[in-house]
Design a protein around this ligand. Structure first.
Ligand code: NAP
Ligand code: G4F
Length: 348
């Protein structure tokens, strides 16, 4: 049985990747952060009581800022493959917390690679590593962007990801660590964090449709992104680590749409006109924006046979359907609360 270690297992991609690896028969170890409230919602459906027999998912406390915890988890779990997904992944937030973002996203990757370098050097193991790079690294470079396109990062997040990318390349060349960089364009799902624009929009559509919200505040509607489905993209990560030789790959659909076009599809799916609800809030505008990302994924299509399965419109409709159901649940609770309050039964 192969063993995988996943940093960022509680995130959107971590949850889809864990499902994918468990279905392939892997034992999956994940690093989670200690938090004062539960942060494992996205993987709770996969987690079983570890006292039972045949448990294949194991969680370990750790933190990308804490090199000791990373080393300890790698030493005790002896993974064949490490999927390094953990990051402060929000571009807008990286302008507010640039040092923290650089520490987690750039130095955190270096801490992980250092641990692999030492442990593999001592034990003779050859641990394969996937590093979660981003199309944000291309920033101001014109589309279509491929593995050959110049990096021109436009945020502390993107600069940190560029540093992580080059740390990975350097550790591959200097120490022979088989680390592959995925350069993934935006990928979304019903599990997407609620402050990223796609999910912010589809959550709002559900709540507006069910009468729970009146308006939606957004920033720049003209930015174009190449949006795919996260479930498709985790397969690309796995394919990269099944090769004998590590390499770098762009993962994208090759089509791009504006935020405005996403609003058309999302609100249109429930027959609403977004212009009646969307308002501008300058707080969501970034000091430096990335105007247009559209990937050329011909290398991974040709060499690893990877193809995206879910297109833009079905993706947005899938997310709206999910979020309408979520809002229906909220609506029921609200109505039930009102009914109890009217009967004087609600708790203070
Ligand atoms: P996400 O939903 O924001 O998940 C990030 C994960 O990293 C969470 O599990 C989070 O833990 C963990 N994390 C954050 N800070 C950490 C720290 N200091 N120590 C340990 N773990 C930490 O991100 P995602 O969308 O799944 O993306 C996965 C990776 O791909 C990230 O590296 C992201 O930058 C990159 N990426 C994403 C996209 C995309 O469109 N989704 C595109 C290109 C690249 P908590 O749950 O405790 O917060
Ligand atoms: O959904 P976003 O926050 O994603 P962004 O910045 O493209 O970053 C995501 O994709 C990257 C891959 O290219 C990942 F590396 C990164 O970790 C993350 O997953 O914003 C998309 C666009 C931006 O142009 C933004 O300015 O939407 C625009 N936007 C307009 N109004 C907004 C909003 N973005 C957010 N988050 N919130 C708004 O209200």
């Amino acid at each position: 049985m192969k063993r995988a270690l996943v940093t960022g297992i509680t995130g959107q991609d971590g949850s889809y990747l864990t499902e994918f690896l468990l279905a392939k028969g892997y034992a999956v170890h994940g690093i989670i952060r200690r938090a004062s409230s539960f942060n494992t919602d996205r993987i709770d459906h996969l987690y079983e009581d570890r006292h039972k027999e045949h448990v294949n998912l194991f969680l370990h406390y750790g933190e990308l800022g804490d090199a000791t915890s990373l080393r300890r988890v790698i030493e005790t779990t002896e993974p064949d493959e490490i999927y390094h997904l953990g990051a402060q992944s929000h571009v807008r937030v990286s302008f507010d917390q640039p040092l923290y973002t650089a520490d987690v996203d750039a130095s955190g990757t270096l801490r992980l690679l250092e641990a692999v370098r030492d442990i593999d050097g001592r034990t003779g193991r050859r641990t394969k590593v996937y590093n979660a790079g981003s199309s944000e690294m291309f920033g101001a470079s014109a589309p279509p962007q491929s593995e050959k396109t110049l990096f021109y990062p436009r945020s502390p997040y993107a600069v940190s990801k560029v540093a992580a990318h080059w740390f990975a390349v350097n550790y591959r060349e200097a120490y022979g660590i088989p680390v592959s960089n995925g350069i993934l364009f935006n990928h979304e799902s019903p599990r997407r964090g609620e402050t990223f624009v796609s999910r912010k929009i589809t959550r709002a559509v559900g709540r507006i449709y069910l009468g729970l919200q009146e308006s939606l505040y957004l920033g720049n509607l003209d930015a174009r992104r190449d949006w795919g489905f996260a479930g498709d993209y985790v397969e690309a990560m796995w394919l990269m680590l099944q090769q004998d030789d590590a390499d770098d790959f762009v993962v994208a659909t090759g089509e791009s749409y504006t935020v405005r076009e996403m609003l058309d599809v999302a609100f249109g799916h429930v027959e609403l006109d977004w212009r009646d609800y969307v308002r501008f809030d300058p707080r969501y505008v970034r000091p430096t924006e990335v105007d247009h990302l559209c990937g050329d994924a011909s290398k991974i299509r040709r060499t690893l046979g990877w193809e995206p399965r879910v297109g833009f419109e079905p993706l947005v409709r899938m997310m709206v359907d999910h979020d309408v159901e979520l809002a229906r649940g909220e609506r029921m609770l609200t109505d039930h609360g009102h009914a109890l309050a009217q009967r004087g039964l609600a708790s203070p």
